[in-house]
Write a protein that binds this ligand. Structure first.
Ligand SMILES: Cc1ncc(COP(=O)(O)O)c(C=O)c1O
Length: 387
């Protein structure tokens, strides 16, 4: 038995192909070439000034472990967050502060499902879903979604996929990576309801909440207390490297997930929890960043339309454009390497998000500065003209 999948294997653990782009861009930059970065799914800005000040002020204090569920002030802050943003009361004992949403996925899978359970995810989708499931012995069922439906999952899609191959859980993000698609509150409610009817545990990845451009973000918590909610300070609060996120847990999984957290991670980083508490009340700063993404989103959509790539969805949220380049390539990694080497634009190949059709797609992250995004789009235009 071998542990490494062959290149033609459509299941199994895969590398992030974008690492190839990142590595090559470093070489080019070391040689003095300029690269416009649109490959990285993280805000360019640091956390809010008040967050950094609070961290600086606590540097001289001991940074002991915190309670494994997170500090009481941070969990109180999260209770306030749900009250203010979603008009929902969450009990303190339902909250678990984690090492980003990445750790929360592991806790959710191991804590709420039997070994080897099947969890459904969308295709395209965030690559770590498949890789984490595979890495810790669960099975993924992929639900294909299409550009024609705005990449938005529906309750009917869930039901159809379930009748073809039943699954135990559904892990779903809205807004989503790599498409930026977000479903309406009504659709989310319908998805929650269909999961309840099918006996499927719903896991709502709400990491891009706050970054909806069309309407306020809607949490699955507004419809159910049976779902596992996962969120993070990484994106809206510009804190990717701080590795801090949280879960809201239904009663039946709290004890088991609590024990897993104690043993696997002890607690989320103490300094990051200090930062996270302050970040929760610095939403004005996050809204300033969002205004920049919103401007970039138009720059990208206008440029893509000019290049005849109008099928590209402007995106409902997050900071991604997932673009069909089938007119130009059927090898998204090769295309991204050429785009980098010939035009100095770094982007992420679609195969990172979709092992079946991703070779036709490229993801651009527009979380950078307006100047970077505008220059990247100019370079992309010139590159496409030359092809
Ligand atoms: C949809 C989605 N979920 C989770 C994550 C992981 O985030 P964290 O930094 O909270 O671990 C990402 C990161 O890009 C993401 O796009």
């Amino acid at each position: 038995m071998t542990l490494s999948p062959s290149p033609s294997d459509l299941t199994g653990l895969r590398p992030f192909y974008v690492m190839e782009i990142t590595a090559r861009s470093k070489v080019l930059e070391a040689a003095g070439q300029s690269v416009m970065h649109m490959e990285s799914g993280e805000p360019g800005a640091p956390p809010a000034p008040a967050v950094r000040a609070a961290v600086a002020a606590s540097l001289d204090l001991p940074q002991h472990y915190t309670p494994s569920t997170g500090t009481i002030p941070l969990r109180q802050g999260l209770i306030g967050y749900y009250r203010d943003q979603h008009r929902v009361t969450v009990p303190m004992e339902s909250l678990m502060v984690t090492m980003g949403s990445s750790a929360a996925f592991i806790l959710a899978f191991l804590g709420a499902f039997k070994p080897g359970a099947k969890i459904a995810v969308t295709r395209p989708g965030y690559p770590a879903y498949l890789n984490t499931l595979d890495g810790i012995g669960f099975k993924a069922v992929e639900i294909p979604i299409t550009a024609e439906s705005g990449w938005r999952l529906t309750a009917e899609d869930v039901e159809r996929a379930y009748s073809a191959e039943p699954f135990d859980g559904l892990l779903f993000a809205s807004p989503a990576n790599p498409t930026g698609a977000a479903v309406t509150g009504d659709t989310l409610r319908a998805i929650v309801e269909v999961c309840a009817r099918l006996g499927v545990r719903f896991i709502s990845d709400e990491i891009y909440h706050g970054l909806d451009y069309r309407a306020p973000s809607v949490s699955a918590l507004e419809f159910t207390d049976r779902a596992i909610i996962i969120n993070s300070f990484s994106k809206y609060y510009c804190m990717t490297g701080w590795r801090v996120g949280w879960m809201v847990l239904p009663e039946d999984v709290r004890t088991r997930i609590g024990m897993l957290q104690q043993n696997m991670f002890i607690s989320a980083p103490t300094l990051s929890q200090t930062a996270a508490l302050v970040a929760l009340s610095e939403r004005a700063y996050s809204e300033e960043q969002k205004a920049i993404y919103r401007q970039n989103r138009h720059t990208v959509a206008d440029a893509l339309a000019q290049f005849g790539l109008a099928s590209a969805n402007e995106g409902d949220g997050a900071f991604y454009a997932y673009v069909d380049f089938s007119r130009f390539t059927n090898d998204s990694l090769g295309f991204c390497i050429e785009l980098l080497e010939q035009a100095g634009v770094a982007a992420t190949p679609g195969i990172d998000f979709d092992r079946h059709n991703g070779n036709r797609f490229v993801r651009f992250s527009y979380a950078g500065t307006p100047a970077t995004i505008a220059e990247a789009m100019n370079r992309l235009g010139d590159f496409l003209k030359r092809r």
